[in-house]
Ligand binder design. Structure first.
Ligand code: SAM
Length: 383
């Protein structure tokens, strides 16, 4: 099997060919060896559980996974696997997918000499890539988990980088290293912390994976104004784990779906794929419908599935049964909210706006909160 340097060069070539890696970042991708940042134990999906895989058990498979264009799960359940026999349920730290890392570094528009804050150190790989290009005294990274922070700090030192790794809630930024020219968050925010705008120079950029309860997948690039506000547009589709304090509630069918027989029944001719499967549509639904989590389970026949909408706060839920070849889909709704109706109304609202694409949405963050707009700030969206 090829050695790590060759695997890193191949991955960089693949990403460059796909248009994900810009020439400026190719050198760092070839130099900073990802496997040096990945822990000896990683986790892989096994149904709805996460199970450990140890480097010592299969060195080649471990090394291959470090240089595949995939994210690598490096911590589950905040470091204490919650299931029996060291089985985990929730991903709490990972090395992000290389094409996403490359795309975000390009979107950051960071150049040599700029002072950068990264929120979510994780393995430290992204921080090392930044340091390789900007200089290691120019990079500060904040990690909320003490064990993850400590490991990243030690790895970065061992690899020769003098990056400041602080342990704490990155939502507060890192005042001691401010002002920044760039802030890059590698954990997702529903409510974007105003501290990131306050600690960035006017004209600087803040890059944030922005999420709603319904939709996890918009990268916003903000331009900082200088009066404590920043405004930005959606520039990409990325999915990250949320900032720890913004995790909200996990929706679970076992815990939150009860009273099937008493649920209110109806039907719809709106195909679930057009609402949930289309990126622009589901993004817009997420802007309008708060506290609504989506779960899809396979049905009994081929191509059959059930869409579940769950509000773990009010314990409302809805289900939609999809059978291939049918044009009418049975709905059940339970609790104080009619969740499917809310989702369908939001879809129709988006349709009535002429189906705006994701890059027409913007977000403004002020010291007091945030608001969403379409095309410009004069067209704010009520949520
Ligand atoms: C996807 S990982 C980051 C990947 C990382 N940049 C890398 O190169 O490996 C997200 C990280 O954000 C951390 N995190 C979550 N909430 C945070 C917060 N409020 N402040 C700082 N770090 C946070 C998680 O513990 C996790 O390690």
């Amino acid at each position: 099997m090829a050695g790590a340097e060759e695997l890193a060069a191949r991955l960089a070539a693949e990403l460059a060919e796909a248009g994900d890696l810009t020439p400026q970042w190719r050198g760092p991708f070839e130099t900073v060896l990802r496997h040096r940042f990945v822990p000896e134990t990683v986790w892989v999906q096994d149904g709805d559980r996460l199970v450990p895989v140890h480097r010592a058990d299969d060195e080649e498979a471990w090394l291959r996974s470090c240089y595949a264009n995939e994210f690598v799960i490096t911590q589950v359940d905040d470091g204490v696997p919650a299931g029996p026999g060291r089985v985990g349920y929730e991903i709490t730290s990972s090395a992000s997918r290389p094409d996403v890392v490359a795309m975000m570094l390009a979107a950051l528009e960071a150049g040599p000499g700029m002072n950068v804050l990264e929120v979510g150190t994780g393995t430290g790989w992204n921080a090392a890539l930044l340091a390789e290009r900007l200089g290691d005294d120019r990079v500060t990274s904040v990690e909320v988990d003490p064990v993850v922070a400590d490991r990243a700090r030690r790895t970065l030192r061992a690899e020769g980088y003098k990056i400041t790794v602080a342990c704490g809630d990155g939502a507060h930024g890192h005042l001691e290293s401010a002002p920044f020219d760039r802030v890059i968050a590698t954990a997702a925010a529903q409510r974007v912390p105003p501290a990131w705008a306050a600690q960035t120079r006017p004209g600087g950029r803040v890059l944030v994976p922005w999420t709603t309860d319904f939709h996890n997948g918009a990268l916003v690039s903000f331009l900082v104004q200088g009066d404590g506000t920043m405004r930005g547009r959606i520039v990409g589709n990325v999915a990250f784990m949320p900032l720890r304090a913004q995790r909200g509630k996990r929706a679970s069918l076992d815990r939150h779906v009860h009273g099937m027989t008493q649920a209110r029944r109806s039907s719809t001719e709106t195909h679930p794929y057009s609402v949930l499967g289309e990126y622009d549509a589901s993004l817009a639904v997420g802007l309008k419908v708060p506290h609504c989590k989506l779960i899809v389970t396979p049905g009994s026949g081929e191509g059959a599935y059930t869409v579940w909408l769950v509000d773990p706060w009010s314990r409302s839920w809805a289900s939609l049964e999809h059978e291939p070849g049918t044009e009418e889909f049975p709905i059940r709704q339970s609790g104080e909210r009619d969740l499917w109706q809310e989702v369908e109304d939001a879809f129709n609202w988006w349709d009535g706006l002429d189906r705006p694409a994701s890059d027409r949405w913007g977000l403004t963050v002020t010291p007091n909160g945030q608001f969403v707009w379409l095309d410009d700030e004069d067209h704010r969206i009520d949520r």
